[in-house]
Design a protein around this ligand. Structure first.
Ligand SMILES: Cc1cc2nc3c(=O)[nH]c(=O)nc-3n(C[C@H](O)[C@H](O)[C@H](O)COP(=O)(O)OP(=O)(O)OC[C@H]3O[C@@H](n4cnc5c(N)ncnc54)[C@H](O)[C@@H]3O)c2cc1C
Length: 414
């Protein structure tokens, strides 16, 4: 087994792993990020970059390059049903006074990751290994994590590290190594994911509406719409069995504007099932290892917040742990000593409340979406007037604040 060493080994090159790698390398910490794929070009990635994340990009001096990859901007958050708008709120009107950004930018995640990697590669302490799949951890004789095992080019390799980071997403192979349990909040919805052409001159914003039988969210990816069709969990097989024409009718019944283009969905291979789940680790760290992003807390796509929370975790981890890593790096005995677990624990203590609250709101939101999706014909999809008043009053102010600006936005300190 080929063995090498670094200060921080990160498993996973998503928003959490790449940004943490960049921020630590910027502080002078030696980092190696392992990503299992050869590039970042994958469909199943979200695109919404909220004001809090734009502020992080501004902190890093990346705004001009970011503007070049933005495909649209949303200035309001809207939840609409086919019977009318549930909630609509301009983001600027609920922005904290200190907010520099008041819109949600739509940028393909692969472009954002490429941008962050380009920036990170300016620092000699940053290394990204592509096609490197983490298979497990290295441990000390006392059982503390001291690095990663991975497979690259058909060869089993290992990398020794002072701190190992699990940023490998919702199907993290490192979760079972953390010695903690998973709190599962479940999800009553799943997503069917497909694309249709986008004509020039169509609105740039995300387009979303909930109706009987499903909710449609269309994301602008310049020459096509990436469509997320939310359905009740476990109904995928029945939808497929009913055939494509019935599926097209169901989608068009909710979003008539896409009717003529649904013929572009020619067979079921064009429609991917994405299973939605909301869960989190009880403890985000153990001696020698820290979990961040979806690996620590898988988010629902509802509200498009997952990338932004992953980014916030990375910033918090770099702020809280980075300086200690720099000191550890200077210690010749660093690989023999276990990094102070209390320092790793600070990340969860800082990020947990925001994460738990956001997940709870997602659970409530998903239930509301499901109630509409399952509504009987002939009933109105809008709730009774008193509920609507609450939704359009306090809730309309709370949602954009939580989802747009974040409960505890993070700023790059170093
Ligand atoms: C359908 C859908 C739509 C979404 N839309 C949005 C949206 O619009 N906006 C938003 O903010 N959030 C959205 N989300 C959520 C968002 O995608 C995630 O919360 C976010 O990507 C989490 O970032 P991460 O870096 O923690 O994990 P990920 O983005 O999942 O990145 C993990 C990385 O680790 C790599 N990896 C995994 N296992 C290994 C291994 N063994 N070895 C090496 N590498 C490995 C993966 O290839 C991946 O690159 C959506 C989620 C879904 C399912």
């Amino acid at each position: 087994m080929a063995e090498r060493s670094t200060t921080v080994a990160i498993s996973g090159g998503g928003p959490a792993g790449i940004l943490l790698g960049l921020l630590l390398a910027r502080q002078g910490v030696k980092v190696v990020v392992l990503e299992q794929h050869a590039d970042f070009l994958r469909d199943f990635r979200g695109d919404t970059v909220h004001p809090m994340t734009q502020q992080v990009l501004a902190d890093l001096g990346l705004l001009d390059e970011f503007d070049a990859i933005v495909r649209g901007r949303m200035t309001a958050i809207e939840f609409a049903t086919t019977d009318g708008v549930l909630v609509r709120q301009d983001l600027a009107s609920v922005a904290p006074r200190s907010a520099r950004f008041t819109d949600i930018a739509l940028a393909p995640q692969w472009d954002l990751l490429d941008l962050l990697v380009r920036k990170a590669q300016e620092y000699p302490t940053f290394t990204l290994e592509l096609e490197a799949r983490t298979t497990g951890v290295l441990r000390t004789a006392r059982g503390h994590v001291r690095g990663l095992r991975y497979r690259q080019g058909g060869v089993e390799r290992a990398i020794e590290a002072v701190v190992t980071v699990a940023a490998d997403g919702r199907r993290s192979v490192l979760r079972p190594e953390m010695g903690t349990d998973l709190i599962e909040l479940g999800s009553p919805i799943d997503v069917l994911w497909f694309r249709i052409d986008r004509a020039e001159g169509e609105p740039a914003e995300l387009r979303g509406v909930i109706g009987r039988g499903g909710a449609v969210v269309a994301i602008n990816r310049r020459d096509y719409w990436q469509v997320a069709f939310l359905v009740a969990k476990g109904t995928d097989a029945a939808i497929r069995a009913a055939g494509l024409p019935a599926f097209r009718d169901r989608v068009a019944g909710i979003a008539p504007w896409m009717q003529d283009r649904l013929e572009q969905v020619v067979d079921w291979d064009d429609v991917k099932l994405l299973s939605v789940g909301i869960e989190r680790l009880r403890r985000w760290s153990a001696p020698g290892i820290l979990a961040i992003g979806d690996a620590a807390h898988t988010m629902s796509p509802l509200g498009g917040i997952g990338i932004n929370l992953a980014v916030a975790d990375a910033v918090a981890a770099a702020n809280l742990v980075g300086p200690h890593l720099l000191r550890a790096q200077a210690d010749p005995g660093r690989h023999r000593r276990v990094f102070n677990p209390a320092i790793l624990d600070r990340v969860q203590r800082r990020r947990q409340a925001a994460t738990v609250l956001t997940q709870r709101i997602q659970v409530l939101g998903q239930d509301r979406v499901l109630a509409v999706v399952r509504a009987k014909p002939g009933t109105t999809l809008l709730p009774p007037a008193p509920v609507l008043a609450v939704l359009r009053g306090p809730v309309a102010r709370l949602l954009p604040r939580v989802f747009g600006f974040g409960i505890r936005p993070e700023r790059v300190e170093r």
